[in-house]
Ligand binder design. Structure first.
Ligand SMILES: C[S@@+](CC[C@H](N)C(=O)[O-])C[C@H]1O[C@@H](n2cnc3c(N)ncnc32)[C@H](O)[C@@H]1O
Length: 379
């Protein structure tokens, strides 16, 4: 059995195509390998290492045949032999199947994709919408956009590749001289807080938007919004996914914590009454924290039992729940651990499931909500 066939059977076993057999047909017809460039980047733990198919075909196949995503660019294209940050990748097949089944795209529809990358998902979308449909896909990196356009030439009747910033509604304007209105919006780079209003305002009522949401507090989930009239869209989270952020949404790293802590010495040491490792593994609590503290970054250590929090400005908390000695050290104008502890206590009582939280986008504001859109707070 070929690796391709084996991969599809694994997805069958995982139920990835249930209710959407067209995704299997599309993945069979539009093979992922054909969109993988000769140069890819192997994840070696703390560094990405360049692997070139022309000089190391076995090493290349070992990465491409794996189950995970394939990193196709590091450090925005400046890396030579090694790189630190993955800036483009072809997602793993299961994640793509989950995205596409959530998007529920139909033949003849007009689709706006943000994050062309290799062009593979754009080709799958083109296969689905067919000759009466249209896929416009935007990629912020010009070199990636040019390479994807060449790979997508067999679908040139249906797909347009635009080099530009997908957060900007102008990037779709003028394609084929048409003022496009989308039936589906498919983002393959994550939003960390605010959904770009441009994605909502160019949709038709009833349009579905599928957006990976990766807040700074946790790794993230997939959001499915349905557009209403007048620039409003609303919907719930549907699945856990971790995705690289949109270029304009990149988080600052852990080192900012040390800077903030140095500038604002601890003023407070508070006992910790919660079991942090248990909370870290509990998606319902982390979802509540991520949405109620949308500006708070969290890193964890010791299997989730130690939290480093900061607000990227002037407040921080270092939280450790070790029995007898554990405490929360806090500095800056906000007491971030006290804020987090209050939300944990609220969620302990409310028991809102992670996928019962949702987001509503309005022209001038974005709201998160728990259970129903009436129980909402501004993000
Ligand atoms: C996970 S990859 C997309 C994978 C892609 N759909 C595929 O099939 O290969 C995310 C892509 O989003 C692009 N990107 C990031 N921010 C963007 C933005 N503001 N507008 C358009 N593209 C963006 C990145 O350069 C990267 O290529």
């Amino acid at each position: 059995m070929s690796r391709h066939e084996a991969a599809l059977r694994e997805l069958d076993a995982a139920g990835a195509f249930s209710g959407a057999p067209w995704i299997r047909e599309a993945m069979d017809a539009v093979r992922r390998e054909a969109f993988v460039p000769d140069v890819i980047w192997r994840d070696d733990g703390d560094v990405y290492t360049r692997v070139d198919r022309r000089t190391d075909p076995a090493g290349w196949s070992a990465v491409v045949d794996g189950r995970g995503p394939v990193v196709t660019q590091v450090d925005d294209g400046v890396g030579a032999e090694h790189g630190e940050v993955a800036t483009s990748s072809i997602s793993d097949r299961l994640a793509v199947a989950n995205f596409l089944s959530t998007l529920d795209v139909r033949p003849g529809q007009r689709v706006w994709e943000v994050g062309t990358g290799s062009g593979w998902t754009a080709a799958l979308l083109a296969h689905r919408v067919g000759p009466r449909g249209r896929v416009v896909t935007v990629e912020i990196d010009r070199a990636l956009a040019d390479a994807a356009r060449a790979r997508l030439s067999p679908w040139a009747e249906t797909v347009r590749v635009v080099a530009g910033d997908g957060e900007d509604s102008a990037s779709a304007a003028g394609v084929d001289g048409v003022d496009w209105r989308w039936d589906r919006v498919h983002a393959t780079a994550a939003v960390t807080r605010h959904i770009p209003q441009a994605w909502v305002e160019r949709t038709v009522p009833g349009a579905v938007l599928v957006v990976p949401f990766s807040p700074p507090f946790e790794s993230g989930s997939l959001l499915r919004l349905v557009a209403k009239e007048h620039g409003v869209a609303s919907g719930r989270f549907v699945k856990s996914v971790a995705f690289m952020p949109l270029r304009g949404h990149r988080n600052l790293g852990h080192d900012v914590f040390d800077e903030i802590r140095a500038a604002h010495p601890a003023h407070d040491s508070t006992p910790v009454d919660w079991h942090l490792a248990g909370l870290s593994a509990d998606g319902n609590h982390t979802q509540a924290l991520a949405l109620k503290l949308p500006d708070v970054h969290r890193s964890t250590g010791a299997g989730g039992a130690k939290w480093w929090l900061h607000d990227n400005k002037d407040s921080w908390a270092l939280v450790d729940d070790t029995a007898d000695t554990g405490h929360a050290l806090q500095g800056g104008p906000r007491k971030l651990w006290n804020e987090a502890a209050a939300i944990i206590a609220w969620q302990d009582d409310a028991e809102v499931h992670a996928y019962d939280f949702g987001i509503t986008v309005e022209p001038d504001a974005q709201w998160a909500w728990a259970g129903t859109p009436n129980e909402r707070w501004r993000m």
